[in-house]
Design a protein around this ligand. Structure first.
Ligand code: BG6
Length: 478
């Protein structure tokens, strides 16, 4: 089998709020992530009104990438990474979100980080909004339900595009923009668009309103970016969890198709530049009043993305005969969801399905015909540190190797245009959905526990050496 392209971007991924810490350092303001208390696999993370003195907020210190980035980037370089995906913490640049002038210390941090990456020939891949909306925008403006926040986002985007125009080529506007489709779980609307549903509100209408504003913000940022540097590659980013019909019952096949719109709605607009008919029909049928103003259609059509980034962790299945449950899963739910007898699951209940990644690559590439980028994939598991300090994370290597095998088939046999692969949490960071440290994805271990104890010392897991070999052989030696 022929190899992956020579310039394939083997990398790793993190996000500012889950790695950096330094939540109030050098002028940074609080973000929506800074009022999220730790939770667990069974319970959502509590979102508090302000930062409360007697509560533990794991993102405040995280793994102090803010203070350790030089050491960490050196380790990434030793592993042979060609790309690092991270985000710019919006509230480090605009502490409140609505200022005219940015915080210079915040901008300087990312200059230093990008310089450090470039020194080792590691390409920065940057998300603008990865659950780091300034808290003030959520509290005072209602997040993206308010159209004014579109302007603040575009101002933020323009500021960083200008500042880093010679350092960063690959950008993404919103991380997992489609998470908000799970609007009955407060955490997703909060982290995606800074929105809270008030009593008596039509949550679906609020979600599509905030979603419309986020789509406008993304499109306007894309357009602006090209004026600043026409060589920029601006992507969108979705959480792609394929939904299979449980069996060949045609009603299940159709149900799976409908549920998949939870994944497709946002990229459909971002790539095609207009609303899909199934969404317009839904607005009509449900009587949803979405503020699509005159001129918005032009904005959407002029700001389409260059590539689609996506996360892939798991798949799921649906069955018409399974009732819609009121019990929501911490990592997200879909209606009529059932266990798939053909897949296993992690300790956190995320199914393991490597073939689903090849299927995903094919479905997305067939539908959109633009380059794809796998910007998250990985296994969250408990790691055991042996008495000599070694960590034998065999299931992680197995998981990643099995997925890379399917990536090779998608590229080499199916002809999918794939930019690269940045496994999630290349270094241990705080879990998004649970706030735990014990749900580790990294190939570099960080000594820190669920309560914030630990030296923050870094050490190499077995997967560190394994991934180094995978990169060195361009995916041949798994
Ligand atoms: C994605 C997010 O949902 O999945 C990341 O983009 C997140 O921020 C990742 O960390 C894994 O989820 P979790 O909850 O296991 O950290």
């Amino acid at each position: 089998m022929s190899k992956l392209p020579k310039d394939f971007l083997w990398g790793g991924a993190i996000a500012a709020h889950q790695a950096e810490g330094g939540w109030d350092k050098d002028g940074k303001g609080p973000s929506v992530a800074d009022v999220m208390v730790a939770g667990g696999v069974k319970g959502y993370r509590e979102i508090t009104d302000t930062v409360e003195a007697d509560k533990y907020y794991p993102n405040h210190e995280a793994v102090d990438f803010y203070g350790h980035y030089k050491e960490d980037v050196k380790l990434f370089a030793e592993m042979g990474l060609k790309a690092l995906r991270t985000s710019i913490n919006w509230s480090r640049i605009f502490p409140m979100g609505d200022e005219a002038e940015p915080n210079e210390a915040g901008l300087q941090f990312y200059d230093d980080l990008f310089d450090e990456l470039i020194k080792y020939n590691i390409e920065p891949v940057i998300t603008l909004s990865h659950f780091e909306i300034p808290l003030h925008l959520a509290k005072e403006y209602g997040g993206f339900r308010n159209r004014k926040v579109v302007d603040f986002f575009v101002h933020f985007a323009e500021t960083v595009f200008k500042r880093y125009k010679d350092k960063v080529k690959y950008w993404m506007t919103f991380n997992e923009i489609n998470n908000m489709m799970d609007y009955e779980s407060p955490v997703f609307l909060w982290t995606n668009v800074g929105v809270t549903i008030e009593e008596g509100e039509n949550a679906q209408e609020v979600m599509y309103t905030a979603g419309h504003h986020a789509l406008l913000a993304s499109a306007l940022a894309v357009k602006k970016s090209k004026e600043i540097n026409p060589d920029f590659q601006i992507g969108g980013m979705v959480a792609y969890v394929p939904v299979y019909p449980l069996n060949s019952n045609p009603n299940n096949v159709m149900l799976a198709e409908e549920v998949m719109r939870m994944r497709y709605f946002f990229p459909d607009v971002m790539i095609r530049g207009y609303y899909p008919n199934y969404a317009l029909k839904l607005f009509e049928r449900e009587g949803l009043n979405i503020p699509i103003l005159e001129g918005d259609e032009a904005i959407l059509s002029e700001g389409t993305i260059d590539y689609l980034g996506f996360s892939y962790y798991m798949s799921t299945a649906v069955d018409v005969d399974s009732p819609v449950s009121d019990v929501k899963k911490v990592h997200g739910s879909v209606p009529h969801e059932v266990d798939n007898p053909y897949t296993t699951a992690t300790d956190w209940g995320w199914t393991i399905d490597p073939v689903g990644l090849r299927y995903t690559l094919n479905r997305l590439y067939d539908r959109y015909q633009i380059p794809l980028f796998i910007v998250e994939n990985g296994l969250g598991m408990v790691d055991t540190v042996e008495s000599d300090g070694s960590i034998h994370d065999v299931p992680r290597m197995q998981y990643l190797g099995d997925h890379i095998e399917e990536i090779k088939k998608a590229v080499n046999e199916d002809g999918v245009d794939l930019i690269g692969y940045t496994p999630w949490g290349i270094i241990d960071i705080v879990s998004f959905t649970t706030g735990e440290m014990s749900k580790r994805y990294g190939m570099i271990y960080v000594d820190r526990d669920n309560d914030g104890n630990g030296s923050l010392q870094r050490s190499k897991k077995d997967s560190f050496y394994w991934y180094k070999k995978v990169i060195a052989t361009n995916g041949e030696d798994l």
